[in-house]
Design a binder for this molecule. Structure first.
Ligand code: FES
Length: 146
C-alpha cells in the first residue's frame, strides 16, 4: 500500500462491533501525504473519489498529513474546481482540530470552524489560517506561502 493513499481507521472503529453502526461516516476520512513542492503541496482530485458498490462517489474532504508540516491541512471540496484548504490548528490555544464532515472541532475547549475556516463557535475568536487553492487537470495545488 502506498503511504499517500490509505484510509486511516480511527481508534473508535478499532474498538469493534457495537459502535460501528453509529460511525458509518468515519471510514470515509481519507488521509494523504500529498506532494511537497517549492511553494506548497499538491494533492489529486482523484483523492476525493472512492467506489461504493462499483460507483464513483465524491468525498467532501481530504486531510493532508505530511511530516514536513506541524499540523495537517483540511481540504474541502465544494465542486470539481472549488476547494478550500485550512490549517487544522485551533486559533484559541493551538490544539490540533478534528474533522467532522463539513466542520472542524476542537476537543480542548469546544471551538468549531466551518469548511471555510470561519469561527462557528468559540471560545476561539480568530478564523483558521487558510491557503489559496488552484487546480489544473487532476492536480490541486495548495499554496503555503500566504
Ligand atoms: S485550544 Fe481549541 S478551543 Fe481552546
Amino acid at each position: 500500500m502506498l503511504r499517500r493513499e490509505f484510509t486511516k481507521t480511527c481508534f473508535v472503529c478499532l474498538a469493534g462491533g457495537p459502535v460501528l453502526p453509529l460511525l458509518a461516516g468515519c471510514q470515509s476520512t481519507f488521509y494523504t501525504t500529498g506532494q511537497m513542492e517549492s511553494n506548497g503541496i499538491s494533492i489529486l482530485k482523484s483523492d476525493f473519489t472512492y467506489l461504493k458498490k462499483d460507483q464513483p462517489v465524491q468525498r467532501n474532504y481530504v486531510i493532508v498529513r505530511n511530516d514536513a508540516m506541524q499540523f495537517p491541512i483540511y481540504v474541502y471540496r465544494f465542486s470539481d474546481e472549488d476547494f478550500s484548504a485550512m490549517l487544522m490548528k485551533c486559533t484559541h490555544q493551538g490544539n490540533e482540530l478534528q474533522a467532522s464532515g463539513d466542520h472542524l472541532h476542537c476537543s480542548a475547549h469546544g471551538s468549531e470552524f466551518n469548511n471555510r475556516g470561519i469561527v462557528a463557535q468559540g471560545p476561539a475568536e480568530e478564523n483558521l489560517r487558510t491557503f489559496k487553492v488552484s487546480t489544473e487537470g487532476n492536480r490541486i495545488f495548495i499554496d503555503l506561502r500566504a
